[in-house]
Design a binder for this molecule. Structure first.
Ligand code: SAM
Length: 441
């Protein structure tokens, strides 16, 4: 038996890509391990969406230099966006890498590994293909797992000025609906209760297929699959969040009361420079519509501070939008230049300390909103899909509400995979404490 250790950086999409890598390499006799000491192959699945993510990936790769020295038989593979961006140039920094494979070449891993095992010569595969052939690799999660990711589309055609994704993951490409639905049926047969549909811009699902079947059709069809109790999706471009998709929050029972809708800025001037194609008013109107259809919907978002040319006034407009929307949670980032993007070429860059101050201010404001929202849940009764044992205590289990909040409560492992009711007894910033209410949901 050979062992595979994968270290994943970045978003849910990368986590799912890593699951597919592990599945493909099962066929080559590799089993996943969390113990790097046992590994016969190490893969670093990298992210380079922001400068910090890229630095982290580089330093992680660097750490494997000693591993390779001590155990030369261990194969070192680097995949993901950094591999796509740097290609063979990565070897200048890290000549001990055996395989560099880009975002469109995950399906080639078995062949690359076989080849390198035989020849011990490095391989680099970073070309783009018309279709991403690893998309259809079915990854059945380990027994006892209740949720799974399903990729519905790859790449992105939006070309937001700050974003490197179209250059590293290629053009937008939707998977055929029948393949997605078959995959979800197989997952349901395997005991999966919750699926998260993945894509850079899932709202525009179907555009590249040109058959009139869009994302709202997909949500309704998945809603009819027996066994799938919950579904979520990420990520959405606000411009493409159509009325039909919004209506699904009122029509499709399995669709969770949560949407992640990255706004990026509250300033129309900056949104235009970012090439986002909506105004802060358009965004706010979509939020109002979502809340009309699904009053308890939880709204989370992404914001970038310090985009080139962002003034104090622009930043305050972002704070104003946050005050009107009152996001349930927010992921916020300091802008960083990404190679090849439009924004990287823009003048009027914001100083590092200004970005840092704005980020700290924004995060402090958001914490008050997040805590306030969590606090308002104290005393309420919520449905929780139990995902596993709690990290904090061996006597507790952990699950999530439909709004994607973590709830910990006393309970045994029999509850895993079940949807139960819990009363919220205490709210914290990042989770809720509850108590199980026995009986039917
Ligand atoms: N598809 C999503 C969208 O249209 O909003 C983007 C998802 S991206 C993988 C995750 C987040 O990283 C973005 O929403 C954005 O807030 C942030 N991000 C992307 N590029 C960035 C950059 N150059 N600097 C700082 N943050 C960035």
């Amino acid at each position: 038996m050979k062992y595979l250790y994968i270290q994943t950086f970045g978003c849910q999409m990368n986590i799912h890509d890593s699951e597919q890598m592990a599945e493909l390499l099962r066929g080559e006799g590799y089993r996943k391990t969390d113990d790097i000491e046992k590994a016969d192959m190490v893969i670093v699945n990298t992210c380079s969406i922001r400068e910090k993510a890229e630095q982290k990936a580089h330093s992680q790769i660097g750490r494997f230099r000693n591993l390779k020295k001590a155990r030369p038989h261990v194969l070192i593979g680097v995949g993901g966006c950094l591999a796509q961006q740097w290609k063979e140039k990565l070897l200048d920094k890290a000549p001990f890498i055996d395989i560099i494979f880009g975002t469109h070449n995950i399906h080639k891993l078995p062949e690359l590994v076989r080849d390198v095992e035989k020849t011990r010569a490095f391989r680099v595969e970073t070309s783009f293909h018309n279709e991403t052939r690893s998309l259809g690799v079915l990854t059945l999660p380990d027994n006892g797992c209740v949720k799974a990711y399903v990729t519905v589309m790859q790449g992105c055609d939006n070309y937001c000025a700050f974003c490197v994704v179209p250059y590293l993951r290629g053009r937008e490409e939707s998977r055929k609906a029948v393949e997605i639905l078959n995959e979800i049926e197989a997952l349901a047969d395997h005991g999966i209760k919750e699926v998260t549909l993945l894509g850079q811009n899932v709202n525009s699902y179907g555009k590249t297929l040109g058959n009139g079947y869009g994302f709202s059709n997909m949500l309704k069809d998945i809603g009819r699959i027996r066994g799938i109790e919950r579904m979520r999706f990420t990520t959405s471009q606000p411009r493409d969040l159509s009325v039909d998709i919004i209506k699904c929050f009122g029509e499709v029972d399995a669709l969770c009361e949560h949407i992640h809708l990255p706004v990026q800025s509250g300033s129309d001037r900056i949104l235009e420079k970012m090439n986002r194609h909506y105004s802060s008013r358009d965004y706010f109107e979509k939020i109002v519509r979502l809340k009309e259809i699904c009053p308890r919907i939880s709204i989370t978002s992404d914001v970038i501070v310090g985009f080139p040319g962002e003034t104090e006034r622009d930043f305050n407009e972002t704070l104003d939008l946050m005050e009107s929307v009152r996001f349930d949670n927010l992921f916020s980032f300091k802008y960083s230049d990404r190679p090849g993007t439009k924004a990287a070429l823009m003048g009027d860059k914001v100083a590092e300390e200004v970005k840092r101050d704005r980020l700290m201010k924004l995060q402090a404001v958001q914490e008050t909103y997040t805590f306030e929202k969590n606090k308002a849940m104290e005393g309420s009764v919520v449905k929780v899909l139990v995902e596993g044992r709690s990290k904090n205590s061996s006597e507790d289990v952990m699950g999530r509400t439909s709004s994607n909040r973590i709830v910990n409560f006393r309970g045994n492992s029999d509850l895993v995979g079940k949807t139960v009711r819990a009363r919220i007894t205490e709210a914290y910033l990042h989770s809720l404490r509850g108590e199980l209410i026995e009986g039917q949901v």
